[in-house]
Design a protein around this ligand. Structure first.
Ligand SMILES: Nc1ncnc2c1ncn2[C@@H]1O[C@H](COP(=O)(O)OP(=O)(O)OP(=O)(O)O)[C@@H](O)[C@H]1O
Ligand SMILES: [Mg+2]
Length: 359
């Protein structure tokens, strides 16, 4: 549905608006290639200034790349004359962090905005608006004004407006960043429902990995203008390749607390002689507890779960456990190997110093 090939975008900052009074160039998007399949929910994550908004604005040519190809639904947008481009743009709707609604217009008029100059009859527009508001759960708000709505309701109006011309693609630029966690969930579940019902392809920009985790099927990680990693969301969480991806993935888990505990020498993880502190991680299996009880009997070891983090991503269990293992040295080694052979990754975080308690 969407293909970007070697897309590049540089901004020229004139001396007059540069903080240090010197003209400069900002290379916002660097040679980005990516492809998004029809019907996917695709996430783009990155820190502030990474170039996410610029990239997504290149998809509908709100920002014209300096170089590269932009194909949407098979059409090479960079080659189209202005009129044809306007027509093609209707295939792409967009929603924003701050909703960008007209404050002096009713919810119905906001939703109808893009239909006004299409030659569509008033009654048909009204029918379509009713349909749209129904779709986003605002059937009773047609005559309300934006100031009378909550943030979540405003974003629903934004979504209705974006869907008015039946686009094939919906671009969401930080669409939930101004919302509280509960409202965020309700907007994300609306997006998921629209994706299923209408088959619309959705591109979501965010700096929150939780958003990616909860609804995206695929994602790309952006860093300083470049896509540094992309693929199915499950792979990104279960086997991140780049440091920045690992950091984003870790931010949605509380397992990273273990490193603070280690640093603080917390009593929770104080080891007695013969004990090992280990991190077990696994995915695609929901029977780790059975493995733990089997291993403890089989190798005569004790496995004490200190804390854990279990999740389901794309219908597959994924998790990590912090475990204190206790037993004879050889038995502990055998246990670790036995787990590894069963697809559970193990990492020893600390061993006790033999024959004496740790401080
Ligand atoms: N119209 C513009 N003129 C000049 N520079 C721009 C323009 N738009 C973006 N930039 C610069 O390009 C870089 C990427 O900006 P962009 O808004 O795409 O980042 P982002 O990842 O969306 O950040 P955020 O998470 O804060 O929204 C930044 O350095 C920004 O200052
Ligand atoms: Mg942005």
């Amino acid at each position: 549905m969407i293909r970007l090939i070697n897309v590049d975008k540089t901004f020229h900052i004139p001396a007059s608006s540069s903080p240090d009074g010197k003209a400069r160039l900002v290379h916002a998007v660097k040679n980005v290639s990516l492809s998004i399949e029809d019907g996917n929910i695709f996430g783009v994550i990155g820190f502030s200034g990474a170039g996410k908004s610029t990239l997504v604005r290149c998809i509908n040519l709100l920002e014209r790349p300096d170089r590269g190809q932009v194909l949407v639904d098979g059409e090479d947008l960079m080659k189209l004359p202005e009129r044809a481009l306007r027509r093609e743009r209707k295939k792409t709707g967009m929603i924003f962090q701050h909703f960008n609604l007209f404050r002096s217009r009713t919810v119905g008029d906001n939703a109808a905005f893009s239909l006004k100059y299409t030659g569509m009859k008033k009654e048909s527009i009204h029918g379509r608006v009713k349909e749209l508001l129904d779709l986003v759960g605002l059937a009773d708000k047609e005559h309300a004004y934006p100031s009378q709505l909550s943030g979540g309701q405003k974003q629903r109006v934004g979504i209705a407006r974006a869907l008015a011309s039946n686009p094939r693609v919906l671009l969401c630029d930080e669409a939930t960043s101004a919302l509280d966690p509960q409202t965020t969930r309700s907007i994300l579940s609306l997006l998921r429902e629209l994706n299923r019902k209408l088959g619309i392809t959705i591109v979501i920009i965010t700096h929150e990995m939780q958003v990616i985790k909860s609804i995206c099927s695929h994602a790309a990680v952006m860093d300083r203008g470049e896509i540094v990693e992309q693929g199915p969301v499950f792979d990104i969480f279960s086997n991140p390749q780049k440091g920045i991806t690992r950091d984003f993935a870790a931010a949605t888990s509380h397992l990273y607390k273990i490193y603070d505990l280690l640093e603080e020498m917390s009593p929770v993880i104080r080891l007695k002689p013969g004990q090992i502190l280990a991190h077990f991680s696994y995915c695609g299996r929901n029977t780790v507890d059975a493995l733990i009880s089997t291993a403890s009997v089989r190798f005569d070891v004790r496995l004490n779960i200190i804390f854990g983090d279990l999740d389901i991503i794309q219908n597959t269990p994924i998790g990590g456990l912090i475990i204190i293992m206790e037993g004879k040295e050889a038995a502990l080694e055998q246990t670790l190997q036995w787990f590894a052979a069963r697809g559970v990754k193990t990492e020893i975080l600390r061993r006790s110093e033999n024959e004496r308690n740790e401080p």
